[in-house]
Design a protein around this ligand. Structure first.
Ligand SMILES: C[S@@+](CC[C@H](N)C(=O)[O-])C[C@H]1O[C@@H](n2cnc3c(N)ncnc32)[C@H](O)[C@@H]1O
Length: 278
């Protein structure tokens, strides 16, 4: 009996999402979605007989509906980025024989907790989520109530002084950020401020669209990542090109997953030094 109860407890949270009765009716546009920018892409949700157009970036509306985010990005479009980034982080830790159980992680752009779920399963010591919209935290607490030790809502590009103070107290030694950098999501300043919360010898584990490493791309974000990779402040352990997910047309979207370790404190004026703006 005890064993049955503990098995039930173990699987309840994870199974909940895929056994939820509310499987949504989603329609993708007839064609040409690839001409749209990544933050303009939309789909149609048929709900109570009504058609509602939602952009992929309408996270507030998506998170309000339990399981919609998972159905869209993970089931239908085959996203596997949390597993990929977490796997590379684990491999980097193995290289230096450090246990994952000592990681104190801030998960930036945590959303409804997909990356958090993987990290929690691996047994990190502390896990704090952060996002810019309250719907993300509501969804994470609703669907993955046991994953995060705490979850902060703030604009990391312009941080509230009290939130900053509280976050420093967690003494993070790892920053994760999955499927959230660039493209109208997390801007350079926000990512930089999150990096500054990580201890000098801490880990960074994140993914980026493959074109961000192309030197012809001159957005602030891609320049920040390139400058970081070649700087003395970061030692890269893994940089792997992999399939992040499919587009709505079924083509493969490739990203880089990067895991590195900070080697020195990044100067406060790093962005200014390289003329990186949002
Ligand atoms: C595609 S979701 C990724 C969620 C989760 N990491 C995952 O892998 O499924 C991107 C998340 O980044 C958040 N985000 C966008 N801009 C942000 C910012 N400036 N600061 C913090 N979070 C932000 C969004 O609200 C959204 O929840």
């Amino acid at each position: 009996m005890q064993r049955i109860l503990s098995l039930l407890h173990k699987y309840t949270d994870a199974d909940k999402l895929f056994s939820m009765p509310n499987h949504y009716r989603i329609q993708f546009p007839p064609s040409d979605s690839e001409k749209l920018g990544q933050d303009e892409i939309y789909f149609t949700l048929i709900e109570n007989g009504e058609a509602k157009r939602l952009r992929f970036h309408d996270y507030d509306e998506i998170y309000k509906r339990p399981g919609l985010y998972e159905q869209l990005f993970y089931e239908r479009l085959g996203c596997n980025s949390p597993e990929k980034v977490a796997d590379l982080l684990q491999r980097a830790l193995n290289t230096v024989r450090e246990p994952v159980t000592e990681l104190r992680v801030i998960d930036l752009g945590a959303g409804n907790g997909m990356m958090g779920e993987v990290l929690k399963r691996e047994g990190v010591a502390r896990l704090v989520g952060a996002d810019i919209i309250p719907e993300a935290r509501d969804a994470a607490y609703r669907d993955r109530s046991t994953v995060y030790d705490d979850y902060y809502i703030d604009d990391f590009a312009n941080m509230d002084a009290n939130v900053l103070e509280e976050l420093r107290e967690w003494r993070f030694n790892c920053l994760t950020c999955v499927a959230a950098l660039g493209f109208g999501d997390i801007p350079p300043r926000a990512f930089f401020n999150a990096i500054k919360l990580v201890r000098t010898d801490g880990w960074l584990a994140f993914n980026i669209k493959e074109s961000f490493l192309d030197h012809t791309e001159q957005t602030g974000f891609s320049r920040l990542v390139r400058e970081l990779i070649f700087s003395k402040y970061l030692e890269v352990y893994h940089l792997e090109r992999y399939r992040h997910r499919l587009s709505m047309e079924g083509t493969q979207l490739f990203y880089y997953a990067l895991v590195g370790r900070m080697t020195a404190s990044i100067p406060e004026d790093f962005l200014e030094q390289y003329g990186i703006e949002d």
